[in-house]
Design a protein around this ligand. Sequence first.
Ligand SMILES: [Zn+2]
Length: 103
Amino acid sequence: MKIRKGDTVQILIGKDRSRRGKVVRVLPKTMRVVVEGLNMRKKHTRPRRQGEKGKIIDFPAPLPMARVGLICPHCQKRIRVGYRLLADGRKERRCRKCDGSIN
Ligand SMILES: [Zn+2]
């Protein structure tokens, strides 16, 4: 998974195009991500109990990972992710533009 929770991404297409936000959830099964404050949808709820009113709730909807680009925390550019093998055998994500490591 190239995008992880906590990453900053930029929306590439759709109504929020070019806006940036933080990834709050990654849904690997559907290859989607939820970005804080972006791709907002309204959800209408019915009154559950007597005397309660139905509400309209704004929430960020999952969007396909292919529609977002990762922003490098070092160079602030929209980048492609590369990997580097560490001495202990673990893989580390890195920026292909500035070569900085991403968590
Ligand atoms: Zn970079």
